[in-house]
Design a protein around this ligand. Sequence first.
Ligand code: NAD
Length: 484
Amino acid sequence: MTTVDTTYAGSFIGGAQHRNAGDALDVVNPADGRAFARVAAASAADVDVAVQAAAGAFDAWSELAVSKRGEILGRAAHHVEEHLDELIPLLTREQGKTLRDSKIEITKAIDTLMHYVGLSKSLRGVHTPNLDPGVEGYVLRKPLGVVGAIVPWNFPTTLLCNKLAPALVAGNTVVAKPAATTPLTTLRFAELLADGGLPPGVFNVVTGKGSVAGEALVTHPHVRKIAFTGSTPVGEQIMALAARGTKRVTLELGGSDPMIICDDADLAAAASAASMGRFYNGGQACLAIKRVYVFESVADQVIESITAKAKRLKVGRGDAEGTQMGPMHTDAQRAEVAGQVTQSVNAGGELRAGGGAPDDPDLQDGFFYMPTIVVDPPHDSPMATEEVFGPALPIWRVAGLDEAIQRANASPFGLGSSVWTKDLQSAREAANRIEAGYTWINSRTKVYDELPFGGWKSSGYGKEHGQEAFDFYTETKSVVLGGG
Ligand code: NAD
């Protein structure tokens, strides 16, 4: 019998654990379907306590020199890093991903904190010396106040730190809400940042459901901005709720990233990228490769190669030796992907691999789904038109680059994309014409802290990463000096 852990009973507010008033939420291990921890959900009143704590900490935090904020955050981030060995298995247990992927994720989250710590030493502003004779202008940049950060379950720590790092360095204070199913790593992360010297109230975490704690955060009158990562329907709902009070929003939403493989590409490298890019994190990544368009002349070879790789992937518990792909995060997520695959195959797609749960009796209680390849499903089937948030890849044969780009752009999403070719002209054409916030040429899915990241169309609004992220956590004011 599994004992239920209640170490983290609720939220983390003002530098300490806070007991929530809401219903108890079970935290389930996706590898065996069993609840192993329980956290009380935050009510609207709990969210209010967190927002008040963040508002109370704002003046002192925002008045520190920016480099001092960076210094404090840097020390706190190092303290988190010293506890990697504890955080990695915790993330695997609540999220399902492999221990290797948990290590990559948390290391990247800390790197992002450190990236903005670095930027805190080099931020400079705008000064215009001669607007009129004897008149000069400069631009002040002020933090917004309390920022609400709402995060999904697929990368609980990196998606948190993409928001936390620029928000804190810019002088804001933060209340974060992790997904209801992945509260634990975020709570421990917050505790470690506080132990590492982040002042009480600067970073708070409320746990609970989106419909209660999430909405309470979005609608709280003292929250000036919501930084949201999650699905497009919820993002649209948040944008509508944030309209009252003209709150700032950044929305990092769903994606259906196309990959175009030209006939002159390094086909072996492209096939490996398709497999890694689709099946990483059980296919549950916003930037996963979700549609492949391959030139007809090389299609058979590429399809065979990707299919062989999908069949070879070792599926198992995230904490088991040698596992390459863990379970899906919830049974509901698995059912959704299974439905999209079944409908697309019934409509005429050819199932080449997977298409169901594994036979292994040891995996029957977990939310496993085998790496799946479907060739040429109709262009109006769910695998073409919807986001497939799991390990199932559709591949289409196309006549050439023009058709591939048109198909790529036919999706309502516009997050990432990639093109595989040795021809510079084709690469430039694809980069110019694909409607997406990122295009990788002969590479895949790696997001750099140095470059702005954010979706076009239904994939969102605003940018994370890069110096650009500061624009979404500050207001500017133009100041004119002199002139009579
Ligand atoms: P989701 O939209 O269901 O939930 C995301 C977060 O929003 C959770 O914390 C949830 O509790 C909260 N929430 C739900 N309803 C809410 C409401 N009414 N008000 C306030 N908060 C609410 O998304 P999910 O299923 O957890 O995550 C998967 C989705 O996230 C996919 O669509 C994926 O593509 C997207 N995603 C996007 C990016 C990106 O950077 N663009 C990155 C990762 C994931």
